[in-house]
Design a protein around this ligand. Structure first.
Ligand code: HEC
Ligand code: HEC
Ligand code: HEC
Ligand code: HEC
Ligand code: HEC
Ligand code: HEC
Ligand code: HEC
Ligand code: HEC
Length: 442
């Protein structure tokens, strides 16, 4: 009897364990929400180190580089042409197909940064070094994206788009693309803006409307992009000139304000070191006071933006403590990926409460603040950081208009709150069919 009892307990315990460990490694995601999402087949291209599955096609056997080239000249002529034009084909001995893909056609691999790093250890080490500066950075881009709720919570077909940009961490062919691997391509701003564009990071608009960018647009056709990113080779800097100084594959060692979504004290010892690196970069072409004034103005612009953002955050927090945020957190469909939020539903307001990961499933006024903080504010920052003063001012005008609208909305919520306390109005958002439908199905 006792044995049977033990057996039953073990039996009950063992099944979930088996199910858990029985899943093949590629059938679940990675990171914080590993068990909430499954990779899509396209993941093998974006994150080959974790998800690549060898193609078990009709071709079998081990081949030499020459044999790969011979067959693939007929099969994929574009790839072979690019490879032939690359430095890899012209060094002695040449870096052939098997160096990146392996020689066994039934067990082909796609190269990870570590693969490239076997021959380019310094470049890999530089990128890895970004990790010590925290988010955001190229080296941490994949973790960052899969560890966010917006990623884990949605259909993979939709979130695959995230990986087109965030795969910068898991493969080295985003700036110098395969199979040319051409540094001249990587030095141009066009190599960066495939990813560095769009609302929360309008780096393209910021750069191209700055004095540097306008000069670039006018003259870049006459520049020799085969020259390395060193003083004297380019009249004005492109993205890589400033952010990858002297070709250093490290984009995180200078950024003080980073993404722009939280307030920073630029005067800390660590940030002063980063600033000094910026001063050195500008000194390639400008006397010291140009950079000094530039960064003073940038910090002032940030102080101005944060005064407005904090005013609105305070307003929202007051509404929250007075129970006037509608619909209240407890009336919204529960968040599947957040246990804490289920037990203790509470509206998140601002960076430190994690509002960046809670911009769906919120009330109108919180969404309005999100837009203000995540889009208008980052536009104002990126404009100023790149010397696009007019662009920055346009986003500041937007911040002002948005603050006014939110302030008015807050007043309406207060008025409504008073009426409701007097029992005159049904809080229809907590009872309506639409809300009930959502609560039952989410
Ligand atoms: C006899 C012809 C032939 C030879 C030799 C050959 N390939 Fe292929 N290769 C193919 C064909 C056909 C395909 C597409 C179907 C498949 O995957 O089997 C392919 C596909 C590939 C792919 C794409 C796999 C994927 O997952 O998309 C890579 C990479 C590749 N080959 C690399 C190599 C390398 C490296 C060598 C030398 C070690 C080589 N090939 C030798 C015929 C060949
Ligand atoms: C320096 C490394 C390197 C070398 C050398 C190299 N490749 Fe590739 N190859 C790559 C990378 C990087 C990718 C993209 C993998 C990904 O999307 O994750 C790739 C992708 C491919 C693909 C799949 C393309 C697709 O879009 O599905 C084929 C086929 C291929 N390579 C064939 C070759 C052949 C043939 C050679 C030799 C002529 C070769 N490669 C040499 C790095 C290399
Ligand atoms: C087997 C060694 C080896 C591997 C693996 C390898 N490379 Fe290279 N790579 C070289 C050599 C050798 C050169 C030429 C170096 C030189 O000119 O000093 C080179 C040159 C380059 C260049 C400069 C090209 C130019 O036109 O100046 C780039 C960019 C590059 N590699 C990127 C990569 C990337 C990205 C990967 C991984 C997808 C990779 N390499 C994998 C050996 C390798
Ligand atoms: C394939 C897409 C892609 C390309 C190409 C790309 N980046 Fe990025 N970059 C990203 C992503 C994604 C992040 C943010 C990662 C994160 O969430 O941590 C980022 C972050 C950055 C940061 C922020 C670092 C910080 O500390 O705030 C800088 C600077 C940067 N990239 C510069 C560049 C430059 C310069 C180029 C071109 C030479 C470039 N990037 C090309 C995707 C890309
Ligand atoms: C067009 C390219 C692109 C796409 C698509 C993209 N991102 Fe990003 N993402 C970036 C860049 C560039 C940055 C860094 C901006 C900077 O530092 O200024 C970034 C930053 C981030 C950050 C860092 C913010 C922080 O607090 O450090 C997160 C989280 C993020 N992205 C999540 C996502 C998710 C989730 C998706 C898909 C729904 C996505 N991204 C799609 C380019 C992209
Ligand atoms: C954000 C864009 C970007 C990414 C990602 C990137 N590179 Fe580069 N790469 C560049 C730029 C820009 C240059 C030209 C540098 C110069 O002019 O000094 C370059 C040049 C190179 C060169 C040739 C010249 C040299 O100075 O060594 C090699 C090799 C190289 N990269 C390897 C890599 C490897 C390995 C990875 C992945 C760990 C990688 N790159 C990822 C932008 C990038
Ligand atoms: C003249 C030098 C310069 C050029 C050119 C330049 N940037 Fe910047 N960038 C800066 C400065 C300065 C900052 C603010 C740094 C800080 O936060 O302390 C910045 C901020 C950024 C950030 C936010 C992360 C950070 O370090 O603060 C990203 C991402 C970025 N730039 C991308 C780009 C892209 C993409 C391009 C090209 C389209 C580009 N930059 C061109 C100087 C430059
Ligand atoms: C490779 C050289 C180069 C570097 C590096 C460089 N600049 Fe410039 N910068 C120029 C040139 C040239 C102009 C004039 C562009 C025009 O209007 O034709 C300029 C214009 C400017 C202007 C507009 C006002 C003026 O003096 O004409 C400012 C502000 C500025 N740069 C700030 C910076 C800052 C800050 C940095 C460092 C983060 C920097 N620059 C890095 C070359 C450079």
């Amino acid at each position: 009897m006792r044995f049977a009892h033990h057996f039953l307990v073990v039996w009950i315990l063992i099944w979930p364990g088996l199910l858990w460990s029985g899943l093949p490694e590629h059938a679940r995601g990675t990171g914080e929400y590993a068990h909430d999402w499954q990779p899509d087949p396209m993941h093998e291209y974006w994150d080959p180190g974790r998800y690549h599955q060898p193609e078990t096609g009709p071709v079998e056997g081990m081949f030499t580089g020459a044999e790969c080239v011979e067959c693939h000249t007929a099969l994929t002529p574009g790839i072979v042409k690019d490879w032939r034009a690359s430095r890899h084909a012209r060094v002695d001995p040449p870096v052939q197909c098997p160096a990146c893909h392996g020689e066994d056609h039934q067990k082909l691999t796609f190269p990870t940064p570590q693969t490239c790093g076997t021959c380019h250890p310094q470049r890999l080490a530089q990128m890895e070094e970004e990790k010590k500066y925290g988010f955001p950075s190229h080296a941490l881009a994949m973790e960052r994206v899969v560890d966010s709720k917006q990623f884990a919570d949605k259909p993979k077909a939709e979130t695959l788009s995230c990986l087109q940009c965030h795969s910068v961490a898991t493969k080295c062919d985003s700036c110098h693309t395969r199979h040319r691997f051409d540094p001249a391509e990587a030095r141009r701003p066009e190599a960066c803006i495939t990813c560095h564009s769009g609302p929360p990071h309008p780096d393209d608009e910021a750069y191209f409307s700055s004095p540097h960018g306008m000069r670039h647009t006018k003259d870049h056709k006459t520049w020799d992009w085969n020259k390395p990113l060193r003083p004297g080779n380019y009249p004005v800097p492109g993205c890589a000139y400033c952010h990858m100084r002297h070709g250093n594959h490290q984009v995180a060692d200078k950024g003080v304000w980073k993404f722009g979504i939280r307030q920073i004290n630029p005067g800390t010892a660590e940030n002063r070191i980063k600033r000094k690196r910026w001063f050195e970069t500008c000194a390639d072409c400008h006397p010291p006071d140009v950079a000094f004034n530039f960064f003073r103005d940038l910090d002032r612009e940030r102080t101005r933006a944060w005064a407005r953002l904090y005013a609105v955050e305070r307003l929202l927090k007051e509404l929250r403590s007075d129970g006037l945020l509608r619909p209240a957190a407890k009336d919204r469909p529960p968040d599947k990926l957040d246990l804490l939020a289920r037990w203790w539903p509470r509206a998140r307001i601002g960076f430190y409460e994690g509002q960046a990961s809670a911009f769906y499933n919120v009330g109108d006024i919180e969404r309005d603040y999100f837009e203000m903080w995540y889009f208008s504010n980052t536009g104002a920052f990126k404009g100023m950081a790149h010397g696009a003063v007019t662009m920055s001012q346009r986003f500041h005008d937007r911040l002002r208009v948005e603050e006014e609208a939110i302030t008015q909305r807050a007043q309406r919520l207060r008025d409504l709150g008073t009426i409701m306390r007097d029992g005159e109005v049904e809080p229809l958002w907590t009872r309506g069919t639409y809300t009930r439908f959502n609560q039952e199905r989410n």
